[in-house]
Design a protein around this ligand. Structure first.
Ligand code: NAP
Length: 262
């Protein structure tokens, strides 16, 4: 029996990277999955991957920073599948590598709208359904950038720090409700968002340098974040609530250091 057998799950940002890997893993573990993204092409590719593995998913093209769209995403899932057990609010944007003093209000509003208000809306509209069931798991993708500086632009980092605070606040507001709210803080993962970093390093023949700053000594893959999301989504994490889990090869555990040459 799959670890999510019989559960109904929404995964956002499922047209690429971490969301795609998570949607595929959740479906493989028995969940009825609704994959959500802006991009219909990306969603179609995700659906094909899931079908090739012998599973199915529904797809919804929606902007997760729009309150109306998120309300509709949740209500259509509940009415078509009969409930909602898991939401993985994962969609995000980087906002680019713009120096702080060159960032403007538009950039901050855009980054906060997708990365922080998006997860807030997922919680706002999913929680009432889960309260009726007396159980549920809501997971949001934060980042190591929400824990420390230098892993993204200032707006991105602030948005991810906000996500960590959001799950802590939600866990405490819905005290004793049976709903768990947690965040994952990925380190450097190869996805659409980070492709320019990987392409740049490879074109200079420096792939071995990517991810060298963490004690595991390498970059991560989307499935390694999906595995953490699967744990938090499943009943195995029944006593994990209000936490921000770094999945970063140990990056956030250290002060800056120069690795010794072997
Ligand atoms: P990705 O491959 O770019 O996937 C992100 C997906 O989110 C894309 O398919 C994107 O669609 C979608 N999206 C963006 N804005 C949206 C919106 N308003 N509504 C609906 N969907 C939207 O990047 P990823 O690395 O998997 O990112 C997933 C999450 O992990 C993000 O929250 C990111 O901040 C976080 N994260 C990533 C890393 C990393 O190293 N990759 C590290 C820490 C945290 P379009 O492509 O159509 O815009």
């Amino acid at each position: 029996m799959g670890r999510l057998e019989g559960k109904i799950a929404i995964v956002t940002g499922a047209g690429s990277g971490i969301g795609r890997a998570s949607a595929a893993l959740f479906a493989a573990e028995g969940a009825k999955v609704v994959a959500v993204d802006l991009s219909t092409d990306g969603l179609q590719e995700t659906a094909e991957i899931i079908e090739k593995a012998g599973n199915t998913c529904q797809t919804i093209s929606a902007d997760i920073s729009s309150a109306d769209a998120v309300e509709e995403m949740v209500s259509s899932t509940v009415s078509s599948l009969g409930g909602l057990d898991i939401v993985y609010a994962n969609a995000g944007i980087s906002g680019g590598a713009v120096p702080l003093l060159e960032q403007d209000v538009d950039l901050w509003q855009k980054v906060l709208a997708v990365n922080l208000i998006g997860p807030f809306l997922a919680i706002k509209y999913a929680t009432p359904h889960m309260l009726k069931q007396g159980k549920g798991s809501i997971i949001c993708t934060a980042s190591v950038a929400g824990l420390r500086a230098n892993a993204g632009g200032a707006a991105y980092s602030a948005s991810k720090a906000g996500v960590i605070s959001l799950v802590q606040n939600a866990a405490n507001q819905f005290f004793g409700s049976g709903i768990r709210f947690n965040a994952i803080c990925p380190g450097l993962i190869e996805t659409g968002m980070t492709q320019p970093i990987f392409d740049g390093a490879r074109s200079r023949g420096r792939e071995d340098r990517i991810g060298q700053l963490n004690p595991t000594g390498r970059y991560g893959n989307p499935i390694e974040i999906a595995n953490a999301a699967l744990f938090l989504a499943s009943d195995e994490a029944s006593y994990v609530n209000g936490q921000a889990l770094p999945v970063d090869g140990g990056l956030s555990s250290t002060l800056p250091f120069v690795p010794k040459k072997p």
